[in-house]
Design a binder for this molecule. Structure first.
Ligand SMILES: Nc1ncnc2c1ncn2[C@@H]1O[C@H](COP(=O)(O)OP(=O)(O)O)[C@@H](O)[C@H]1O
Ligand code: SF4
Ligand SMILES: [Mg+2]
Length: 313
């Protein structure tokens, strides 16, 4: 049986800027179950990190709700959030800025445990256990972050995230700064840990190939909206939205099935100046008059596969 670990409903986020209100997210609905990895993919600026920050309760949504383990946490005060945070952890792109250079690895990984009332022996046992779990050498605990490579630093960040046994792990571009071979090692580690620990993982990246490596389901975002949501097989094997088709066709992977698609025309429009109707119409090879006037909604297309397009397929 699967149960929803984290969910957002109708999430909207506006930012006030000098040039007007920027709508970074425009009605996002998503749920991640325990034991699954949901990939979230889309070009830079489509709102991925804003969604992550809202789910982590680092910033509030303008509208909509966030639910963690069945509880609505949208308006919980910080004092009450503290006890929930152990269930929800994150790994970001840049481990250098998130790891305090003056602390040993042991102390960094122990951080989330200090806030729980565990005894010292139990805490250091858990630190050793979790360092082993992420594949770091046994003497890593006594060293400082600068002594490690980029990939190993990301292992330290993962160890810290998992120390207090969270139920949900959110990774925002967690492998994007790494070399390709190191990236593959970290992706394999995340996939392995997700299974062994029955974690709900949301894996966010601009890189479709990377998302494919770890995800069971994938949400494709464009200008603050989900344009396609489906299983890994549906998104990569039978993409139905013209945007997804173009992204999938651009992934350099000989295993990829499907007919060749024309490359994406043009740049992503600014969220300050979103096109009328379907936001994708200026770049879409299938755009009709209707697409320029009316905005499609996310509709069921096949089993467990939804598409926001008037002409899917
Ligand atoms: N604090 C902020 N103030 C104003 N605009 C912001 C802020 N944070 C993000 N944005 C804008 O929101 C949009 C989405 O950004 P982001 O969520 O970082 O996208 P992604 O992670 O997909 O690259 C971008 O246009 C970005 O410039
Ligand atoms: S609704 Fe129209 S413009 Fe938008 S993706 Fe579908 S075909 Fe293209
Ligand atoms: Mg981002």
């Amino acid at each position: 049986m699967t149960s929803t670990a984290i969910a957002v409903e109708g999430v909207v986020r506006d930012f006030a800027t000098g040039r007007g209100v920027l709508r970074a997210l425009d009605g996002i609905d998503l749920a991640v179950a325990s034991g699954e990895t949901l990939g979230v993919v889309g070009e830079s600026g489509c709102g991925k990190s804003t969604l992550v920050r809202i789910m982590l309760r680092l910033i509030p949504p303008t509208a909509g709700r966030v639910r963690l383990l069945g509880e609505d946490v949208t308006d919980l005060p910080e004092s009450e959030l503290r006890s929930r945070r152990r269930h929800l952890q994150a790994v970001f792109q840049d481990p250098v800025s998130s790891l305090n250079p003056r602390l040993t690895v042991r102390d960094i990984v122990a951080e989330p445990l200090r806030r729980l009332c565990v005894g010292r022996n139990a805490m250091w046992d858990r630190v050793r256990e979790v360092l082993l779990l992420v594949g770091l050498p046994t003497d890593a605990g006594g060293r400082y972050p600068h002594a490690f490579s980029g990939g190993q630093r990301q292992r330290i960040a993962i160890a810290r995230a998992l120390a207090a046994e969270p139920r949900v792990l959110i990774c925002d571009e967690a492998t994007s700064a790494l070399d390709v071979s190191v990236q593959a090692q970290i992706l394999n580690l995340l996939a392995d840990l997700q299974q062994r620990l029955d974690l709900a993982v949301m894996f966010v990246s601009h890189n479709l190939g990377v998302v494919r490596h770890v995800s069971h389901r994938v949400a494709v975002m464009y200008l603050g909206r989900i344009v396609e949501l489906g299983s890994d097989a549906a998104i990569y094997g039978r993409p139905a939205h013209p945007y997804t088709k173009a992204l999938v066709a651009a992934v350099p992977d000989p295993m990829m099935v499907g007919s060749p698609e024309p490359p994406l025309r043009g740049e992503v429009p600014s969220p300050l100046n979103r096109p009328s109707g379907c936001h994708f119409h200026p770049r879409c090879p299938l755009a009709s008059d209707r697409c320029r006037k009316e905005a499609p909604i996310l509709m069921p297309f096949a089993d467990q596969h939804a598409v926001r397009c008037f002409h899917p397929g």
